[in-house]
Design a protein around this ligand. Structure first.
Ligand code: AMP
Length: 280
């Protein structure tokens, strides 16, 4: 497995692979890889001949009071885990490589970027779409794999890839969870012991929403209130939102149906966790 550090090297390598007829799959990450990321790499390696995993802690998607500086970084460990999961090339550029002096361009997906988490993290999704657009342009993959764990993010990236004719197929990979239901996240490590013990309430609330839906409830507001009530009764978490939206367009829905995403965000102390399910 190779580790490439510059955009020029990555683009050159990718061009050579493509001219040999290889299907390239890209898995963008911020590193600190866990089983969730590895599942994406395994999916990519089934669909593509060459798997590129990018490892880049993207400063433009962090707010001023967020955890950019203390975000966990371990390139050596990430490279070893990536390789074992089927990665061929780790692309790990430095910040100056991606945002050199005089960098000025932002990719903004209208409306979708302002909803849900976007309302609480101004500019976050512009940082995400800008860096993902750049990674797509450097690597030029045929497929790119993103986790349903970040349901708003993958919907926005699907929109961007279609709107900008990126010629890449976006694959949604299922959320990988701990045995107690907590979705794997690099930020789970910030939780105190007590917060970690409470955090599975998020998935229990989503499962409760699903079971109401499966027993015939279609009223989105009633289901949202039930899920929120369950979190507030079962933890000290501060619920930021529970919402029912179309999983592709992120438009709010009054009535639940297949393809509705129930998404939520809550703070456990200083740690903000998100999760979602898509109704079938
Ligand atoms: P991150 O490193 O947090 O930017 O995540 C990189 C990719 O991994 C994104 O597409 C995430 O949606 C995905 N991901 C993160 N956690 C999980 C998880 N628990 N299950 C599946 N995918 C995940």
């Amino acid at each position: 497995m190779e580790i490439l550090r510059t955009a020029v090297d990555m683009a050159r390598r990718s061009r050579a692979l493509r001219s040999d007829g290889a299907v390239i799959g890209l898995v963008p990450t911020m590193g600190a890889l866990h089983e969730g990321h590895l599942s994406l790499i395994r999916i990519a390696s089934e669909l593509a001949d060459t798997v590129v995993v990018s490892v880049f802690v993207n400063p433009t998607q962090f707010g001023p009071s967020e955890d950019f500086d203390r975000y966990p970084r371990d390139l050596e460990g990430d490279a070893a885990l990536s390789e074992a999961a089927g990665c061929d090339i780790v692309f790990a550029p430095g910040v100056e490589e991606i945002y050199p002096a005089h960098y000025a361009t932002v990719v903004h997906v209208q409306r979708m970027s302002q909803k849900l988490c976007g309302a609480m993290r101004p500019g976050h999704f512009d940082g995400v779409t800008t860096v993902v657009a750049k990674l797509m342009n450097i690597v030029r993959p045929s497929i790119a794999v993103f986790g349903q764990k970040d349901g708003q993010q993958v919907a926005i990236i699907e929109r961007m890839a279609a709107d900008l004719d990126m010629g890449v197929e976006i694959i949604r990979a299922p959320t990988v969870r701990e045995p107690d239901g907590l979705a794997l996240s690099s930020r789970n490590g910030y939780l105190s012991k007590d917060e970690r013990a409470e955090a599975p309430v998020l998935y229990r609330a989503l499962e409760h929403a699903r079971s109401l839906y499966e027993s015939g409830e279609r009223d989105a507001l009633r289901v949202i209130e039930a899920a929120q009530g369950l979190i507030e009764a079962g933890s000290g978490a501060e619920v930021q939102y529970v919402a029912a939206v179309d999983a592709r367009t992120l438009e709010g829905v009054a009535e639940l149906s297949p393809g509705t995403m129930i998404a939520l965000a809550a703070r456990f102390g200083a740690t903000r966790l998100i999760d979602n399910i898509v109704l079938t």
